[in-house]
Write a protein that binds this ligand. Sequence first.
Ligand SMILES: Cc1cc2nc3c(=O)[nH]c(=O)nc-3n(C[C@H](O)[C@H](O)[C@H](O)COP(=O)(O)O)c2cc1C
Length: 216
Amino acid sequence: MFYEPNEKKDHGLPHDPFKSLVVPRPIGWISTLDLKGNVNLAPYSFFNAVCYDPCIVLFSASGLIDDPQKHSRRNAEETGEFVCNLVSEELREQMNITAAHVGRGVDELALAGLTAEPSRTVKPPRVLEAPAHLECRYLKTVEFESHLPNQSHGVVFGEVTGVHIKDEFLSGGFVDILKIKPIARMGYRDYTVVDQIFSMAPPDTKTGAPPKKTGF
Ligand SMILES: Cc1cc2nc3c(=O)[nH]c(=O)nc-3n(C[C@H](O)[C@H](O)[C@H](O)COP(=O)(O)O)c2cc1C
């Protein structure tokens, strides 16, 4: 099949398949503070790392143009800070609770029975139960207009100013991702868990020859 996803959306399927193709999408569980100091927590699967020197991440918040934007985005823009908490498999139900559309100022972290832990380089707290956290300084928002009426997507970029990894998830100096078991978003209502890995070294950058052993 072939379809044009933006103006035409002529896929003819019961659901738009695009979000089922670019998968899995890691989940950034974004904690922020509003200007009054209220905690906000919400999951974003249009989330990723952009580069690693400096370490920069993004999350994309969809919203109505003439309606208040998503709280995570507004808080990050207004206070200049946010934290990306990682979501492990055992936190999936709590993560889902924090996706609730509640009023601004309602603390979803408390709503989900989670514990707020102070951050080191920014004011928004971290989710204590999460296996790792990226503390971020807001950089900019890039706005993309939607083809749907009155909708837009604000892609929020932040520089990572501090990284926490719980010691129990480090094995022999490496992040033990099979112990963390992060969940990620698939299409429809599906998720996946990182519970399997394989290693493959890149070819030699000068000769193109396959390497003899795995490198980083
Ligand atoms: C797993 C998951 C991933 C989500 N990813 C996004 C996303 O990438 N962008 C978005 O705008 N909303 C996303 N949502 C919906 C938001 O979490 C939801 O609208 C939430 O209420 C926003 O909260 P906030 O206004 O406090 O930021 C996602 C929801 C779930 C459950």
